[in-house]
Design a protein around this ligand. Structure first.
Ligand SMILES: Nc1ncnc2c1ncn2[C@@H]1O[C@H](COP(=O)(O)OP(=O)(O)O)[C@@H](O)[C@H]1O
Ligand SMILES: [Mg+2]
Length: 405
């Protein structure tokens, strides 16, 4: 060893990678392995070390429904490219027939309708969200177990050569693209492992690592049974998502409520705060999650039981800028109730920022709020406001839940 030798630490990450990881962690509950996989990929790409002539990464996400497989791709896209829409998402079930494949790659010249088809995967579409600093794209094949043979062939080609030939023979280069694939394959077997819930597993005193290994094996075996070796060989990394525990589902709810609060603060007329009590949260969790479908219906439950009623309250001027609305649960009618706790909450000295929900309505949102003229010194008016009927909403939600299964 020469005297100039310097010991290096390959475990230190760049500031932008650390930032990316932090942002992703804030949006995704649990699923550490998946977060880790994305962070490593990002680090390799920004260092310019991804292998040429191949996609930046071929990632396969396995595991039960509603555990965040699709969400993590959208969340990463949001962070890196500023919009969840920046990922080109292909719902494999929608491309069963050859004319539907044309929607992806366009039809050959001379075919009827050739001029009308705008292929989904083009070089321009991939580059749409590129910036000077980051020339990276995300392509997501969602629920690949539903892919037709034609789509499967197309996918195999992309995974191997990072190129795609469009209907009109133009070539698309995917060497700056991450290919994400998701599959619920083995998901129901995994859910069965957890049929008694995590509590049950713990009470049997099995070490957590045991059950994690079993989950891993169940999913990977299911994938090997279903997918060809030539496909499996082209996957760089397989990540098995875990079913979310109840406390994790609670955290997902907090994140979602934080996003609703942000939406409310972003509207021109509706800068008010809301706070959902524990009983109110339990109600939303019951309606929006379950063992088999994870957090699948959580967003829809929040829209139905919270966002629509809040919109009605706003539209009928029962809630105004600066109000604080408490959302509670009425156990007798099994529905949410809405109470205006006080007016002028945004400008009063005791502005209850930390009392509000979840991922904190940003200080920005509050700061931008226009000052409300008179701050009411009256005691809070706890009148329960008649809102849209959550009971009716729940019925139609359940109706839609069935359609979706
Ligand atoms: N791990 C998670 N972290 C944060 N949100 C999640 C997570 N899992 C599920 N969700 C929520 O549930 C919804 C459905 O999850 P999704 O990613 O579509 O499930 P799937 O695993 O079936 O692709 C997401 O849009 C998100 O709101
Ligand atoms: Mg999905």
């Amino acid at each position: 060893m020469g005297t100039d030798d310097l010991s290096l630490n390959p475990n230190i990450r760049s500031a932008e990678t650390v930032e990316f990881q932090k942002s992703l962690r804030a949006k995704i509950v649990g699923q550490d392995e998946a977060v880790q996989a994305l962070v490593e990929l990002f680090q390799v790409f920004t260092a310019g070390l991804n292998s040429p002539g191949r996609p930046v990464g071929n990632l396969l996400f396995l595991g039960p429904t509603g555990s965040g497989k699709t969400r993590i791709v959208e969340a990463a896209a949001e962070i890196l490219f500023g919009s969840p829409r920046s990922v080109i998402k292909i719902d494999c079930a929608e491309f069963q027939h050859s004319h539907e494949i044309a929607k992806l790659i366009g039809s050959p010249p001379g075919y009827l309708g050739h001029r009308e088809t705008h292929p989904l995967i083009t070089q321009e579409a991939l580059a749409a969200y590129h910036t000077d600093k980051l020339k990276l794209s995300f392509l997501l094949f969602d629920e690949i177990e539903k892919a037709s043979d034609a789509l499967w062939q197309l996918l195999l080609g992309i995974l191997d050569k990072a190129t795609l030939t469009l209907g009109d023979n133009r070539r698309v280069d995917l060497s700056q693209t991450v290919i994400f694939m998701t599959s619920n394959l083995g998901g129901s077997d995994i859910s069965d492992l957890f049929a008694g819930g995590y509590g049950f597993i713990k009470s049997e005193d099995k070490p957590q690592t045991d059950i994690h290994e079993k989950v891993e094996r169940t999913a990977v075996e299911a994938a090997r049974r279903k997918f060809s070796p030539e496909f499996m060989n082209r996957i760089d990394k397989m990540v098995v998502f875990r079913p979310l525990r109840r406390d994790e589902l609670q955290s997902v709810l907090d994140i979602e409520l934080g996003m609703v609060q942000k939406r409310v603060l972003d509207t021109a007329t509706g800068k008010f705060l809301f706070r959902v009590t524990d009983a109110g949260r339990d109600f939303l969790l019951r309606e929006g999650t379950d063992q088999r479908y994870g957090a699948r219906h959580l967003k829809r439950a929040i829209e139905r039981f919270l966002v629509y009623p809040l919109a009605n309250l706003l539209a009928t001027q029962q809630v105004r800028m600066g109000d604080l609305v408490r959302v509670d649960w009425d156990g007798v009618h099994d529905e949410l109730t809405f109470v205006r706790e006080r007016e002028g909450a945004i400008v009063t000295a005791e502005a209850p920022a930390e009392e509000t929900v979840g991922a904190s309505p940003s200080a920005d949102g509050l700061g931008k709020a226009e000052p409300v003229e008179a701050v009411s010194e009256e005691p809070a008016r706890p009148a329960a406001l008649p809102a849209a009927s959550p009971a009716a909403a729940r019925q139609s939600l359940q109706g839609r839940k069935k359609d979706n299964r």
